[in-house]
Structure formats: structure tokens, C-alpha cells
Design a protein around this ligand. Structure first.
Ligand code: PNW
Length: 484
């Protein structure tokens, strides 16, 4: 009897003590148009800068492309059925701008493109799955790249026209919008490092112009929603933020500064303008100072006019946060002024990782679960948003079906997110794991896999198979607890 009593007491204390996600928590998974859809030239779709970039030999590992990818253009019903089978209640996907507007402008609207997303949304709604929609996940219409892409401030107007068409067509069924996915990744990888489309190495200059234009474009779309659609459609709009967490290498004041600068240059660069109306002060000061020493009569970081500041300030109805990893950073004082400016020189920070952090198949991604809780606290204390959705968080390997590394990663991060909700009182209302499917991982092609579902890219049918992590995640979703 005593034995059973003890067992019962144990069970009770475990279940009473176990933390639980809030009742209406949005649990889901994410993907993006170019990474999953395929159908790159079907039914009137125009070319995007990623079509061209991936078709250029040498840009992508193994010469991989997104021409077919997961073939979700044809297999979306199967994707939705898988989401339902796993018990997920939100799906984050993006709309391909050139599938709807083949040359990016409203002069031609591709009805087949509109139909694809209408059908996808209808399928999701029928399965009680909330669509969380990104307007732009890096597939810029080629025509608009030719007009200057993210360096041309007029892109904000083109983006506004596109956003209006999307809100008009889908806004009755979509309550959560993201304007741009990770503008920082496009601006650094596409315009500074040149390893994403459009593949430009215009260091220290284009990266800031691109950030500036991205913020103008986001604000344009936000205000169009606000004035023309919000009253009728009642949704929420935001700009996606990709932020990591940073630890100082030593306890010196200089390394503490290096942490603050890293947060400013990587996260504050977008968060400060949308929540506070200007770039982080550390960026304004450092880039102006360095530009002057380099002989410029202006700062390489564009100044916002007062009108732009007020246009951009307050344009986040919630935080959409992509969070993957952490770094250990230290101050570097002797980056010289030279003929080629760069963001790294402006930032003047060295970085590495803690040797105890498990490494993924992606060179930049290490598992440091407490980082997400520190970051959520930092963002709450710094910007005080009303709510957070974690719109990306995930782990890459080379494709194992029994993906224990991914389970360990998600277990650690989700536990810390749960602690942030329960113990720190942070209003995280949703989580869309990256990613639902193995997919086209940009410059890495299909060599790195982030999916909870395996896709066989050698099979014309692109057969999908649940991995161990999908089954594990489904258990978390159904119980609301990490270790059921
Ligand atoms: C994000 N980094 O990109 C994107 O939003 C996804 O499309 C992508 O598949 C996913 O993360 C995994 O990579 C990132 O170098 C790309 O720190 C690079 C970095 C971070 C995010």
C-alpha cells in the first residue's frame, strides 16, 4: 500500500509541478515560398532574384536550386494534412511576390498565383489551422532587383502596392502578418557578404542602405494595413526580427560594451526604429565617426528624416522573433580605418562559441537553450512589446530520421521559453518551429536539413516521412508540457 502511495504521490507532484503552456498557445511549424514550393516557372509566375541566383553556377552547394524543392506548389494539401496529423494549430508560410505579381508591379496580377494561396488558406482553415503569413521571405521579383532592389528607396512603394493586393485578397482569413522576414540576413548575406541573392559585396555601405529601405518598406505596408484594412480585418502586422544572444568573454566593461553593440548591430538595428523611432545610438555614433575618418562628408548609415522616424516608429503590433543561437563576444579596439569599410569593422567585436555548446550541421548554429530566455527578457525590458511569437527556432543535421539532436535542441529551447512565460511573465503566445519540412537551405542547398519531416529529394514524388522529432513535438503540442 505504502509503495503505491509513494508512486501516486510522485505522479501527483510531477504533474502538479510540471509547467504547462497557456491554453490557447499557438503551436506550429514554419516554411517559406522559395524553400518549399518549387513550381518556379509555372502558371505565370515571374522570376525572383533567388531563381536567378540559384541558377548561376557556383552559388549553391551541389548546384542545388529551388526549382522543385518540396513541390509544395502541388503538394500543399499533403502539407496541411501533416500539420493536422501532428495536431498543430498554426502554420507560418510566405507568399512569393513574383507568383502574384510576375514583374513585381501591379500592372499584371497572376490569378493562378492568387488561387494557389487562396486554396492553401482554405485548406488550413478547414483543418482549424491558423495561417501566419510572411509577405516577403527573400524572393524579390527580378524586375525590382533590376530597378535597384533593396538599395532603391522606391522599393518601399512597390512593396506597399504588393502588400495592398495581398491584404485585399487574403486579409479576411489572416490575423497574423509579417512584412519582411529577417531583413538583416538579406542585407548582410546578400549585400555585404554576397553569399545570398543578389550576391553583392558592397561592404559597409549597401548593408545600411538595404536596412534603411527595408524599414521604409515595412512601414509603408504597416500603414497601408492600418489605414485601409485594420478596421475591417482586425489583424496584427509586424516586421520579423532575427536576434541571437550574446555573452561577454570576460567581465571587463569593454566586453560588456561588446555585448551591447552586438545586440544593437544585429537586433536593435531593426527593433529600435520600429519601437523607438531611430537606429541604436551606438550605431549612429560609431558609423558617423568612422565615416568621417574615412573621408566621407556623411554617415554611411543613412539618417532618417523626422518624418521617416515617425512613419517607422510604432509599427509592430507584436514581436515576430527568429532565434537560433548565441555567441561569446569580446571588444576589439584596434580595427583600423582603411580603404574598405565594413559592418564588422564598424561593430569591432570578436566572436566565438562556448565549447560546451553542441554544434549543428550549420557552421553558425550551436545549441545554447538559456540564451532564448535571456533574449526574451532583454527584448521585453528594452522594447516592452505586448506579445511575442517565436516564428523560427530550429536545428540542422544531415537528414537522420531518428533526429535526437533536434529533439534535444527543441526540448532545451522550449523549456526555456516555458520558463520565460511561467516564471518571468513574458507574453509569448506562439511558436512556429523551423521547419515543418526539410527544404532548400539557401546557399547550402539540400545539404543541411532543418525539417521535423524528411523529404526525399531524389524521389520525384518528394515523399514525406515523419522524423522522431515530429512525433516528439506532437506530444508536446497535445499535452502542453515538455516532458509528458
Ligand atoms: C533563417 N545566420 O535564416 C531563415 O529565415 C530561414 O529561411 C532559414 O532556412 C533558417 O533561418 C535556417 O538557416 C538564417 O547565419 C540564415 O545566423 C542564416 C543565419 C540565421 C538565420
Amino acid at each position: 500500500m505504502l509503495k503505491y502511495g509513494v508512486i501516486l504521490a510522485c505522479i501527483l507532484s510531477i504533474s502538479l509541478g510540471a509547467k504547462t503552456f497557456p491554453e490557447n498557445f499557438l503551436f506550429g511549424a514554419a516554411g517559406a515560398s522559395y524553400q518549399i514550393e518549387g513550381g518556379w516557372d509555372e502558371d505565370g509566375k515571374g522570376l525572383s532574384m533567388w531563381d536567378v541566383y540559384a541558377h548561376t553556377p557556383g552559388n549553391i552547394k551541389n548546384g542545388d536550386t529551388g526549382d522543385i524543392a518540396c513541390d509544395s506548389y502541388h503538394k500543399y494539401k499533403e502539407d496541411v494534412a501533416l500539420l493536422k496529423q501532428l495536431g498543430l494549430n498554426v502554420y507560418r508560410f510566405s507568399i512569393s511576390w513574383p507568383r502574384i505579381l510576375p514583374n513585381g508591379t501591379p500592372t499584371q496580377i497572376n490569378q493562378a498565383g492568387l488561387n494557389y494561396y487562396k486554396n492553401l488558406i482554405k485548406e488550413l482553415k478547414a483543418a482549424d489551422i491558423e495561417p501566419l503569413v510572411t509577405l516577403y521571405h527573400w524572393d524579390l521579383p527580378l524586375h525590382l532587383l533590376e530597378l535597384g532592389g533593396w538599395l532603391n528607396p522606391r522599393l518601399a512603394d512597390y512593396f506597399g502596392d504588393y502588400a495592398r493586393i495581398v491584404f485585399e485578397n487574403f486579409g479576411d482569413d489572416v490575423k497574423y502578418w509579417i512584412t519582411l522576414n529577417e531583413p538583416g540576413t538579406t542585407c548582410t548575406q546578400g549585400y555585404e557578404a554576397g553569399i545570398h541573392a543578389p550576391g553583392l559585396n558592397l561592404t559597409g555601405e549597401a548593408v545600411y542602405q538595404c536596412s534603411y529601405v527595408s524599414l521604409l518598406a515595412h512601414a509603408k505596408a504597416y500603414h497601408i494595413y492600418d489605414t485601409e484594412f485594420r478596421a475591417k480585418q482586425g489583424g496584427k502586422v509586424t516586421l520579423n526580427l532575427a536576434c541571437g544572444w550574446y555573452y561577454p568573454q570576460t567581465e571587463s566593461e569593454e566586453d560588456a560594451e561588446a555585448v551591447r553593440r552586438s545586440l544593437d548591430f544585429n537586433c536593435g538595428i531593426y527593433a529600435d526604429p520600429i519601437f523607438k523611432g531611430n537606429w541604436p545610438q551606438s550605431m549612429i555614433d560609431r558609423i558617423r565617426e568612422r565615416s568621417k575618418l574615412e573621408g566621407y562628408s556623411f554617415s554611411r548609415l543613412p539618417d532618417f528624416t523626422e518624418q521617416e522616424k515617425s512613419q517607422i516608429n510604432g509599427t509592430a503590433d507584436y514581436v515576430s522573433l527568429n532565434m537560433y543561437t548565441s555567441r561569446v563576444v569580446w571588444h576589439i579596439s584596434d580595427y583600423p580605418i582603411g580603404p574598405i569599410p565594413s559592418l564588422d569593422l564598424d561593430l569591432s567585436v570578436g566572436s566565438g562559441v562556448d565549447p560546451s555548446w553542441p554544434a549543428s550541421a550549420s557552421s553558425w548554429l550551436f545549441s545554447d537553450p538559456p540564451g532564448v530566455r535571456y533574449l526574451l527578457n532583454y527584448l521585453r525590458d528594452t522594447y516592452n512589446p505586448s506579445e511575442f511569437v517565436i516564428t523560427e527556432n530550429g536545428w540542422s543535421d544531415v537528414g537522420d530520421l531518428d533526429d535526437q539532436g533536434r529533439i534535444a535542441y527543441w526540448k532545451g529551447y522550449l523549456s526555456n521559453i516555458l520558463d520565460a512565460i511561467v516564471d518571468d511573465g513574458i507574453n509569448v503566445i506562439g511558436y512556429t518551429a523551423w521547419s515543418l519540412l526539410d527544404n532548400f537551405e539557401w546557399a547550402e542547398g539540400y545539404t543541411q536539413r532543418f525539417g521535423m519531416i524528411q523529404v526525399d529529394f531524389n524521389d520525384p514524388n518528394r515523399t514525406r516521412t515523419l522524423k522522431s522529432s515530429a512525433k516528439w513535438y506532437s506530444g508536446v503540442v497535445s499535452t502542453g508540457q515538455i516532458d509528458p
